[in-house]
Design a protein around this ligand. Structure first.
Ligand SMILES: *Cc1c(COP(=O)(O)O)cnc(C)c1O
Length: 216
């Protein structure tokens, strides 16, 4: 049987202390999430709005929910009251809507800019120029805190390709950080590539299947 508690313990045992783990619980049951929660883990990531809203309503209120899926502007309002961090900011329009909803809820929402680094055409995200443009005007959006970047490498088994993509992003991140001291998070690495990501400077990793088992 898949042992969620063991899986979390194993991953955390080898995690450098500056790297945070997001347990990606999309499509998984509340029971599975609670099993992870019982180990003391409180950081969870979800991809779908309806699913996240339903889970948040019934699961412990001290969970830090991270939204990591593609986000449409018209859905921001459903998660704005409680979301801890939105990882998938891939347009200025979306960021403006997050700011608007954060103001309505009288709170600040942490955001990561999703950067496109993969060679495939299918992934969402901003290119480096677009990231720089958003960072220039970020002070106008007072209720969002841009704390760093999130990204996904190409879906390949070629470790060299993954390492090249992460390394290039890390260099860009360091450069931006030298001009924007509030950028402190680089969220890269999933079940298949998180060890490479940590080697390339990840500060947050997002792990689903290595904790909860494969998804249908
Ligand atoms: C599903 C998902 C993950 C987790 O993927 P695993 O391979 O199951 O670890 C991480 N990040 C994003 C953006 C995802 O959609």
């Amino acid at each position: 049987m898949y042992n969620i508690k063991n899986n979390i313990a194993k991953i955390k045992f080898n995690l450098p202390s500056h790297v945070k783990l997001i347990a990606v619980s999309k499509t998984k049951s509340n029971e599975a999430i609670l099993e992870a929660y019982e180990t003391g883990h409180k950081i969870f990531g979800e991809n779908y709005i309806q699913e996240l809203v339903a889970k948040q309503a019934v699961l412990p209120s001290d969970i830090n929910w991270h939204f990591i899926g593609h986000l449409q502007s018209n859905k921001v309002k459903y998660i704005a009251p409680f979301i801890y961090c939105i990882h998938s900011v891939d347009s200025l329009k979306l960021l403006q809507e997050i700011n608007k909803q954060a103001i309505k809820n009288n709170r600040k929402i942490k955001c990561l800019l999703q950067v496109y680094i993969a060679r495939e055409e299918t992934k969402f995200g901003l290119n480096y120029t677009e990231v720089e443009e958003i960072l220039k005007i970020r002070q106008q959006l007072e209720n969002v805190e841009i704390i760093g970047f999130m990204s996904m490498a190409s879906n390949t088994n070629d470790k060299k390709v993954i390492m090249e993509e992460f390394t290039q992003l890390h260099q860009f991140y360091k450069l931006q950080q030298s001009q924007n001291p509030l950028l402190n998070e680089l969220c890269i690495g999933m079940s298949n590539d998180y060890e490479i990501a940590i080697g390339c400077g990840a500060t947050i990793i997002r792990i689903g299947s290595s904790i909860f088992g494969t998804r249908n």
